[in-house]
Design a protein around this ligand. Structure first.
Ligand code: HEC
Length: 126
């Protein structure tokens, strides 16, 4: 029996996207964040003070989730910040981190992937 490519494609479309369970989704998002270079500066959970006494380079993603938990526009705004970088003249984390600004990440991640990561970050509330 010969199965046409069209029939296979139709079957795949009908099957829909494969749904990951929460743990699989967490693992996939962490992999994406690592591959995109985010984890060079960020941690998921707050980290203890560094040996030199300086605060961490960048805010922990759980702290970001807590800060913006009631902000309905955070997803769009933070996706833009991830792509184009943060404004060094109006840090949202002044005094809590040791870096001045987040550089643009557009060379490392697509906007669609950045939005996916931001939406995942925003639900990392305890
Ligand atoms: C070179 C270090 C660095 C890298 C790499 C980096 N960040 Fe950041 N990120 C920062 C710093 C510093 C801030 C704090 C900016 C501020 O003070 O407003 C920040 C802030 C953020 C914020 C909160 C912005 C706000 O306005 O409060 C989000 C969300 C974020 N980063 C996500 C990401 C994601 C996703 C990636 C990977 C694609 C990434 N970051 C890569 C340093 C980094």
């Amino acid at each position: 029996m010969r199965i046409s490519l069209c029939a296979v494609a139709a079957l795949l479309i009908a099957a829909g996207p494969v749904r990951a369970n929460p743990a699989e989704n967490d693992a996939a998002m962490f992999k994406l964040a690592t591959r995109s270079g985010c984890m060079a500066c960020h941690s998921i959970l707050p980290v203890p003070a560094r040996a030199d006494g300086l605060p961490p380079i960048a805010p922990a993603w759980r702290d970001i989730a807590i800060k913006y938990r009631d902000d309905a526009l955070a997803s769009d705004r933070l996706t833009r910040t991830v792509m184009t970088g943060s404004n060094p003249h109006s840090s949202h984390w002044v005094g809590k981190i040791s870096a001045v600004t987040m550089p643009p990440n557009a060379i490392a991640i697509t906007e669609g992937d950045a939005r996916m990561l931001v939406n995942w970050i925003l639900v990392l509330v305890p």
